[in-house]
Design a binder for this molecule. Structure first.
Ligand code: MG
Length: 366
């Protein structure tokens, strides 16, 4: 089987509520996504999505996906999409680095692979676990009372893992953490995610002030070294998210004891093929995971759900659904929210298809 063409469909995903990144980064009202369609000489079509959450969250931007796929297209066309490692190696030869641009191509290859053998992608990634996956709620920074109210509302909807955003100021954040810690229903779990907005001194002070509260802290600081400094001065479990990009990052974090869990974002690490390698390393070394999309529609969320569904439940913390924050739903099928939990679709491939009539005219390579 050979890939015969690559079609790129830029697509704007409006957010239901504007979203401001911590640390003074930009306010978003919409996300700029790209749906990628691979066609083959066998008549099987595969889909992937690239949505790097604007241009200021990661060293990645929406236009980069479109430009880099145009650059790699002559290499990708003619390859067998079922040979996922071979396709990834060829993309690395054609364009070193730029992992996020390779993710939608890799996703579409897995979609085709699954469809070609009549199996859902999770079966190809080690086999589905017969358990529902937890979806974590994302709680915006607000007053302690408003954040508690939001978490209790999400609990009533079935969510059991919550990710309130912090990182503004140590005293205010300590009030938020104490209020949430006191109000958290028994059995629920909470991660205070700073999205790298803090300096080490603030993160250490905050974690010392709130030491008695059972909680995870996610990516308090910008760099790996700063987070390691925080890890060494505190006792609460730490989740590294943005600091984990390449395989060497997770190896170093495990060796240093830098974190107890990671945020494994499919797009940031370069697709399913690379995320699976990291997932397997984490399972072997006792690192728990949130497996999720960087952003995007239900297509991107479903890709992450397939990897999560094939991950032993003990190593999974939760997934997250970006598509619930949007005002449009440009796809049929996919992993959907069922009272705060989900499952990957059990049909061949990824089990999610964009609605072509919503997408507009693509750019087609060659
Ligand atoms: Mg995070």
């Amino acid at each position: 089987m050979k890939i015969t063409s690559i079609s790129l469909y830029p697509f704007v995903l409006p957010l239901a509520k504007p979203y401001r990144l911590s640390g003074g980064r930009l306010l978003y009202e919409q996300l700029d996504s790209t749906f990628v369609k691979l066609e083959t000489d066998a008549g099987i079509v595969g889909w992937g999505e690239g949505c790097p959450w604007g241009s200021t969250y990661l060293p990645a931007f929406p236009g980069g996906i479109r430009a880099a796929i145009a650059e790699m297209a002559p290499t990708i066309i003619g390859m067998d999409p079922r040979q996922t490692d071979v396709v990834n190696a060829a993309m690395d030869m054609a364009l070193p680095g730029h992992l996020y641009v390779k993710s939608p191509i890799d996703q579409a290859c897995w979609d085709i692979f699954g469809k070609s053998v009549g199996l859902p992608v999770y079966e190809l990634l080690g086999g589905g676990i017969d358990q529902d996956l937890r979806i974590q709620s994302s709680i915006g920074t607000d007053t302690p009372e408003a954040m508690v109210a939001d978490i209790l509302a999400r609990h009533a909807q079935g969510y059991r893992v919550h990710s309130p955003k912090i990182g503004e100021n140590v005293d205010l954040d300590a009030d938020r953490i104490r209020a949430i810690g006191e109000a958290l229903p028994v059995g629920d779990s909470v991660t205070f995610d700073a999205n790298r907005a803090m300096l080490p001194d603030s993160a250490i002070r905050l974690m010392h002030k709130t030491r008695s509260i059972d909680a995870y802290f996610e990516q308090p600081c910008e760099t790996y070294e700063e987070n390691l400094q925080v890890r060494r001065a505190t006792t609460q479990p730490i989740i590294l998210d943005e600091s984990i990009v390449e395989f060497a990052d997770i190896v170093r974090a495990q060796k240093d004891g830098a974190c107890e869990a990671i945020g494994l974002k499919i797009e940031r690490v370069g697709g399913i093929t690379r995320a699976r390698r990291m997932r397997d390393f984490c399972v072997q070394t006792g690192i728990r995971m949130n497996i999720e999309a960087t952003g995007g529609s239900v297509l991107a969320d479903t890709v992450a759900t397939h990897l999560a569904q094939s991950t032993p439940n003990r190593f999974m913390r939760a997934t997250w659904f970006c598509h619930e924050m949007l005002t449009v739903d440009p796809c049929e099928g996919g992993a959907r929210n069922q009272q705060g939990t989900t499952r990957a679709p059990s049909v061949p491939g990824l089990g999610v298809e964009p609605k072509l009539h919503m997408l507009g005219e693509p750019t087609v390579h060659p």
